[in-house]
Design a protein around this ligand. Structure first.
Ligand code: GDP
Length: 428
């Protein structure tokens, strides 16, 4: 049966949560395979409006099994808060429908503290971290100084391991940042308080996913962020600390032996970006403010105003390539309805020469956008559900983009609600 990934093609916040919520209906398992509580997948459905930080967007479908894979980093305090919020809204969550990989890394309070301390030290050179401890937790993983969620099931092992790690971690906290050390008692008490309730959720997610596959179940991989924030292929160092690429889906889930059948790349009809780093098509001043307001571009996880600009063909084509997207979900088309003319960034110029491909950060920092303008449609399209019923200019905008990025636009989203979607072509 099918495996599918829903991934971000741009800088994140493309509307992945909304697409997963829509598509999860056809899947038995939904997996988050990277990142941590820094995500903010907005989902609006019969339960209300949510910004899901850690929990997969399949949680609203009662029969779906949701998995936090080994590629994620988990702050149990945050997870506990998120579960409480969802339960209060009537969403069913138990160890049956929310599974946590025994190999996922734990984000401790000291990771969050280090994140904030380092951003403060960097001052105006900061990376724009969400300060949720993600980068310090991933650094520890690769320094082999992390604690796996599965260690919670082996308390003696965990205690000894954590003691050794704190001895090392406190050297940094005290000597580099002049901060307070963490005691083993503090860390164990924090785990007791927030992680204990999740012990029954922890399992070998590889066994679960292989079993699901063997029994003909379908699996949906839900990415956080977008291709341009990928640690290897993004605008390093203004990236996330993990790999939001589709090809990492099976690896970060527990079953690297499972392959992907289909990749849906989510692209916003214009560009937005949270945090620092080069953002070539960026708009400033009133036109930015107008677009930001029209698109409600304020971070779901942090409330930070997002940087905005026209859609960027060069960056989007690069995202399509590295994600190996089979089709595109073009979101927030309705937001562009107020514009007389719709600018499109078709490429970049450096020192008067047009670039042929998306460049490395030092070149990107010097790149100037090349804009063209398309006709706007100046009419509310949020109630339209058929492509042929869109104004001619809106159809042309979609067709132009799909041609330029060389990938078919299969979904056009015209509103945040689950049903505000236009489906083009047949099923995958
Ligand atoms: P994600 O992290 O990729 O899931 O994206 P976010 O949730 O951070 O940002 C997407 C925002 O756009 C959310 O507030 C969604 O409710 C909203 N949204 C998604 N699709 C549409 C759409 O087609 N039209 C409008 N107006 N809003 C949308």
């Amino acid at each position: 049966m099918k495996t599918c990934a829903i991934v971000g093609i741009n800088w994140g916040d493309e509307g992945k949560g909304r697409m997963v919520d829509l598509i999860a209906e056809d899947y038995d398992v939904v997996v988050r395979y990277q990142g941590g509580s820094n995500a903010g997948h907005t989902v609006i459905n019969e339960y209300g409006k949510f910004a899901l930080n850690l929990i997969p967007s399949g949680i609203f479908r009662r029969e779906v099994i949701n998995v936090l894979g080994n590629g994620t980093v988990i702050d149990f305090e945050h997870l506990s808060m998120e579960v409480d919020k969802l339960r209060k809204a009537g969403v069913y969550i138990s160890s049956e429908n929310l599974k946590i990989s025994d190999r996922a890394m734990i984000v401790f309070p000291y990771h969050k503290e280090l994140d904030a301390l380092e951003e403060a030290r960097l001052k105006d050179k900061k990376y724009g971290s969400t300060k949720r401890g993600i980068a310090p937790a991933y650094s520890d993983k690769y320094q082999k100084k992390g604690i796996m969620a599965g260690e919670l099931l082996y308390p003696e092992y965990l205690k000894n391991h954590l003691r050794d790690i704190l001895e090392w971690k406190n050297l940094t906290l005290q000597n580099v940042y002049n901060s307070k050390p963490y005691t083993l008692d503090d860390a164990m008490a924090w785990l007791d308080k927030y992680a204990t309730e999740f012990k029954s959720h922890i399992c070998d997610t590889g066994v679960l996913l292989r079993e699901a596959k063997k029994n003909g179940k379908s699996i949906l991989f839900e990415a956080q962020l977008g291709a341009l924030r990928d640690i290897d292929y993004g605008i390093y160092p203004y990236t996330s600390s993990s790999t939001p690429l589709a090809s990492y889906g099976p690896i970060g889930s527990g079953a690297p032996d499972i392959s992907l059948d289909y990749v849906i790349g989510v692209v916003k009809a214009y560009s937005s970006c949270v945090g620092e780093g080069p953002f070539t098509a960026e708009w400033f001043n009133e036109e930015a403010e107008e677009l930001r307001k029209a698109g409600n571009e304020y971070g779901a996880a942090t409330g930070r105003p997002r940087r905005v600009g026209p859609i960027d063909i060069l960056a989007t084509s690069y995202g399509v390539t590295v994600q190996k997207a089979d089709c595109i979900a073009l979101t927030k088309m309705d937001v562009l309805s107020y514009m007389d003319k719709i600018p499109v960034c078709t490429g970049y110029e450096v020192d008067g020469v047009e670039l042929k491909s998306f460049p490395l950060t030092p070149v990107l920092e010097k790149a100037k956008p090349i804009f063209i303008e398309m006709d706007g449609w100046k009419t509310d399209i949020s109630g339209i559900r058929k492509f042929e019923e869109l104004p001619k200019e809106a159809q042309e905008y979609v067709l132009f983009i799909e041609k330029k990025i060389n990938c078919p636009v299969k979904y056009v989203s015209v509103g945040p609600d689950r049903d505000a979607i236009i489906l083009r072509g047949g099923d995958e």
